[in-house]
Design a protein around this ligand. Structure first.
Ligand code: ATP
Ligand code: MG
Length: 558
């Protein structure tokens, strides 16, 4: 696979400039800072590829740091899953796994320093009052009546907050900056709140927790991060982070913002994904319809495809929405090159080959990687008198250009024989239940016996050798390109996002398939053996993506 990860972008230009000027002593040190309050999604994958990719390209380092400052929402389950997912994507932080909670003591000491310097105070206003006092973009804020407490009083109250003397929400620690600043984040931002909650790592050691604004910049500083790459919504926080680091007189990383990934037909916020899971709209974080790394992985997405996708979308300074088809293109490209081919009939229609001997079985050797001439691997598919073909490969009253089965028409059964439909069997309700065909023994291997041509080649499976399987087909999880359109994303859930086919018929080589194995079912798409529900003897396959590429085509038209 080709990768264009070294293509220039604005972040690289900044790093190049810093290296040229020796700003950070020639170092490139990035980090990926997830909050463990949910599973990672494809947007996070973009950020992961960006941070780890830059460090790889520049010979630098990347830390994994959990921003675990809110014990109300964070869980060990999420920490474990995040670690596994980043590893699966193929990135390595070596021994640099950190937690913001590692720095709670240091952050506390720094807060004490701010108080002593007259730059922070304990406020007794309620959350609502604080919001009211903050003002708006057009209206300056006003000072809290507690703003001028003495350093001694603040130190005492802060120590007692830490000691657990006060209930949740009764007091906060705020930076003392400027309530009329045009930069809203400078209007005395909250640094600490009281939360009597058990933390996944620090247990009940703390009952005051740093706000993200207080923890994030300092964590970057402690770790010596050179380029702190984050999404655009933190642009407004950058002046505050810099101000805080200046007050503390510590090392200052450079924050660079980029546009977060948005995808059509997809919600990406963890809050919304959690709602889909908690309220049972999907089967879990790993439901193959979810945009989570877990879900995509179970669906059959590969790390290579996700990294390729991250390269394709690049990084930008302006928010935009990427077509979901582009992600599908990335996986299709990857699987087209790597996935072994197989035959699977999703909606079977039986054919009896009337002139084929009843007990006879022939084995045809067919290429497993016909797309790759250098790969000569083959497999054996048995042929017998009764076979299945796709219902959609037959039409009774077919138009002239229907190059598949219809009374009197001849097609090639891939790699086997030419067959001609001679009869149609129906039930009382006039439904087609079976086709009778004859085969041309001279067309063995699907070769023309006399130069006569057939226009159609269709896939098939020998009935007596077939492996029965459940197939899960997926459609967009939402009916609207923008899932929020109209009433919101729950209203726009697609009732047909999952279609289950109970009794598909697959060629017998697939009996050996193991969870996670991937195939192209010829003419049907790419399929992966489900890692959760598939059982030996009762395989379940997820369709990763169909064969039809709509993205490349659109690009061609533009
Ligand atoms: P969400 O909005 O999904 O809840 P978040 O930003 O709260 O995500 P974090 O755990 O804080 O989730 O994210 C970790 C990192 O991943 C951050 O640096 C964040 O900027 C980045 N990130 C999150 N979502 C996206 C996205 N859609 N595109 C690119 N980067 C993202
Ligand atoms: Mg966040």
């Amino acid at each position: 696979m080709t990768t264009d990860s070294t293509t220039s972008n604005f972040i690289r230009s900044i790093i190049d400039e810093d290296l040229k000027n020796n700003t950070y002593g020639g170092r490139v040190h990035t980090r990926f800072p997830p909050e463990p309050n949910g599973y990672l999604h494809i947007g996070h994958a973009k950020s992961i590829c960006l941070n780890f990719g830059l460090a790889e390209d520049y010979g630098g380092k990347t830390n994994l740091r959990f921003d675990d400052t809110n014990p109300v929402k964070e869980e060990q389950e999420y920490i474990d899953a995040i670690i596994e997912d980043i590893r699966w994507l193929g990135f390595d932080w070596e021994d640099r796994l950190f937690y913001a909670s590692d720095y709670f003591e240091q952050l506390y000491e720094w807060a004490v320093k701010l108080i002593k310097d007259g730059k922070a105070y304990v406020d007794d206003l309620s959350a609502e009052e604080i919001r009211e006092y903050r003002g708006t973009l057009t209206r300056p804020g006003k000072n809290s009546p507690y703003r001028d407490r003495s350093a001694a009083e603040n130190l005492d109250l802060f120590a007692r907050m830490k000691a657990g003397e006060f209930p949740d929400g009764s007091r906060v620690l705020r930076a003392k900056i400027d309530m009329s600043s045009p930069i809203i984040n400078f209007r005395d931002p909250v640094l600490y709140r009281i939360l009597h909650e058990t933390h996944p790592r620090t247990g009940n050691e703390w009952c005051i927790y740093p706000m993200y604004d207080w923890a994030h910049g300092q964590s970057d500083s402690i770790e010596g991060i050179t380029h702190s790459i984050c999404t655009l919504e933190f642009e407004n926080h950058r002046p505050l982070y810099e101000w805080l680091l200046e007050q503390l007189g510590v090392y200052k990383p450079k924050q660079i913002e980029f546009a977060r990934l948005n995808l059509t037909y997809t919600v990406m916020s963890k809050r919304k994904l959690l709602k889909l899971v908690k309220e049972g709209y999907v089967s879990g974080w790993d439901d193959p319809r979810m945009p989570t790394i877990r879900g995509l992985r179970r669906r059959g997405y590969t790390p290579a495809a996700m990294r390729k996708f991250a390269d394709m979308i690049g990084v930008a300074k302006a928010n935009s929405v990427v077509d979901l088809e582009m992600l599908e293109y990335a996986i299709r490209e990857d699987l087209n090159a790597s996935a072994p081919r197989a035959m699977g009939v999703l909606r079977p229609l039986k054919i009896t080959v009337s002139n084929y001997p009843e007990e006879m079985v022939e084995e045809f050797e067919v290429p497993t990687h016909p797309q790759d001439k250098s790969n000569t691997e083959t497999r054996v598919v048995p042929f017998s008198r009764e076979i299945y073909v796709e219902q959609s490969d037959f039409m009774e009253d077919a138009p002239r250009k229907f190059f598949r089965l219809s009374p009197g028409r001849e097609v090639r059964l891939l790699g086997a024989y030419y067959v001609t439909c001679t009869d149609v069997v129906k039930d009382e309700d006039d439904n087609v239940t079976e086709l009778i065909c004859t085969y041309d023994p001279e067309s063995r291997g699907g070769q023309s016996p006399d130069g006569r041509k057939v226009r159609g080649t269709i896939h098939w499976v020998s009935a007596r050798h077939a492996v029965q399987a459940e197939i899960r087909l997926y459609n967009h999880l939402f009916t609207k390109k923008n899932p929020e359109e109209g009433g919101g994303f729950i209203q726009n859930l697609n009732p047909n996002s999952l279609e289950i086919i109970e009794n598909a018929m697959l060629e017998p080589s697939l009996a050996e398939a193991k969870p996670g194995d991937q195939f192209q079912f010829m003419r049907q798409g790419y399929f992966a053996v489900d890692s959760v529900d598939s059982k030996p003897g009762k395989p379940v396959f997820n369709r990763t993506v169909s064969l039809r590429d709509s993205w490349k085509k659109q690009q061609g038209k533009k």
